[in-house]
Design a protein around this ligand. Structure first.
Ligand SMILES: Cc1ncc(COP(=O)(O)O)c(C=O)c1O
Length: 406
């Protein structure tokens, strides 16, 4: 595999990877669940607590001014990272899940009985349940895009599901089970033709592909910091300003108000309108360091390297007996799902763990997808920039041993 950067230098920035698990060097292939954090992210958060800790936007003292400045600077950095036109279009949330719930409940408040929402069969529960609940609350119609045999969205069926009553299409950019990269710009263009808005779940994308919300022309884009080398508990909702302005407030309290009296309350402008209470300040600082970490890389070279590792892992897996890959889309990234014929996924994952290999087994929070595939679960390995060929070789050797043992 050719590479124009040093993976060993990159890997050395991740302290958690320098340890053993169950007496073996740790092989971490579960980055789709959460990525590991580089030292720079850990240092930024420690540094904030050690030198700059104060509440933001409130106190008239030096420490609060420093904290506010650092906090708001990250908003500018994230704006530029996803190429959003305006900084107030970047809303802090706890993660992708909260961002989707915010849109479901706030944009949802503008919908009426009989309006239609379209999701897809490959969605994570986070992009199913909020819409299901909203549909029940408001008597909306929830439609689901089926998949092709290769694990891609059936775009012909999608075109037929769209009607003049479609108010929102909520789809994932990359499937956390199949690795399928969906053609988002095309989906957005088709949806806009009937006047529907589009929410894109970028949870599995941010660590791999550069995001340009203007090129995609999506109306909402959501992601979590912890899946892009940043901390847990912080995520982003990007939304087009005119839409966010038209949407009612969701959660309420301090920070999101302009004026409160017992006769009524007026609300703050974007982005604060959707950010009640003391925010996750250290999380935002850590996210800023994660953005800087990614921006310091040659993203094209990184993607090329990851894709090489991905193809290598797929080929190695297929060289073993009784392995079936789940999902074979023309464009895939990040995750590879597979099953071992005749064996339960949990047994395999446990035996791999005993050999220091961390992969995921189960339904991956995509039970409707599993149902459509007729599977109880899969094994899933997921790749990040710090993985190397040795990780894949160790995984394959351990899997080989496990299959022989069984
Ligand atoms: C595709 C997808 N969407 C949404 C989520 C939810 O992310 P979070 O738990 O960080 O809110 C995940 C997490 O695995 C995911 O993979």
């Amino acid at each position: 595999m050719s590479q124009s950067f040093s993976v060993s230098a990159l890997r050395a920035q991740f302290p958690v990877l320098q340890q053993s698990c169950n007496g073996h060097a740790l092989v971490y292939l579960d980055s789709a669940a959460t990525t590991q954090k580089p030292q720079s992210v850990i240092d930024a958060m420690n540094n904030y607590y050690q030198y700059n800790n104060a509440n933001v936007h409130r106190a008239a003292h030096c420490l609060s001014a420093k904290a506010t400045q650092a906090f708001e600077q990250v908003r500018d950095e994230v704006r530029s990272f996803i190429n959003a036109p305006k900084r107030e279009e970047v809303i802090w949330t706890k993660g992708a899940t909260e961002a989707i719930n915010l849109v479901a409940q706030s944009y949802g408040a503008l919908l009426e009985a009989g309006d239609e929402i379209i999701i897809s069969t490959m969605e994570h529960h986070a992009n199913i349940v909020p819409w299901q609940l909203l549909a029940q609350q408001l008597k909306l119609v929830l439609k689901v895009i089926p998949l092709t045999d290769t694990g891609e969205l059936d775009l012909t069926a999608f075109a037929q599901l769209l009607t003049e009553k479609t108010r929102l299409v909520a789809v994932t950019h990359i499937s956390n089970v199949l690795g399928t990269v969906n053609p988002i710009a095309g989906i957005v263009a088709l949806s806009h033709q009937v006047g529907a808005k589009v929410l894109v779940d970028g949870s599995q994308t941010v660590a791999h592909l550069p995001i340009d919300v203007q090129a995609l022309d999506c109306d909402f884009y959501v992601f979590s910091g912890h899946k892009m080398y940043g901390p847990t508990g912080i995520g982003v909702l990007y939304g087009k300003a005119d839409l966010l302005n038209a949407m009612p407030v969701w959660q309420t309290g301090g920070e999101m108000i302009k004026k409160v009296s017992f006769s009524g309350t007026t609300f703050n402008a974007l982005p604060f309108k959707f950010e009640p209470g003391t925010p996750n300040i250290s999380g935002v600082i850590g996210l800023g360091a994660a953005v800087a970490f990614l921006q310091q890389q040659d993203r094209a070279a990184l993607l090329h390297y990851e894709q090489g590792l991905f193809e290598y892992a797929k080929a190695q897996l297929l060289s073993l007996p009784d392995i079936a890959l789940v999902g074979n889309a023309a464009q895939q990234a990040g995750v590879i799902s597979f099953v071992v014929k005749g064996e339960h996924h949990s047994d395999i994952a446990t035996l791999l763990d005993q050999q220091g290999i961390a992969i995921r087994a189960g339904h991956h929070c995509a039970m409707p997808l599993m149902e459509s595939l007729g599977l109880g679960g899969t094994l899933r390995l997921s790749i990040a920039c710090y993985n190397d060929q040795q990780d894949i070789d160790s995984f394959i050797a351990a899997l080989h041993k496990t299959l022989e043992f069984l």
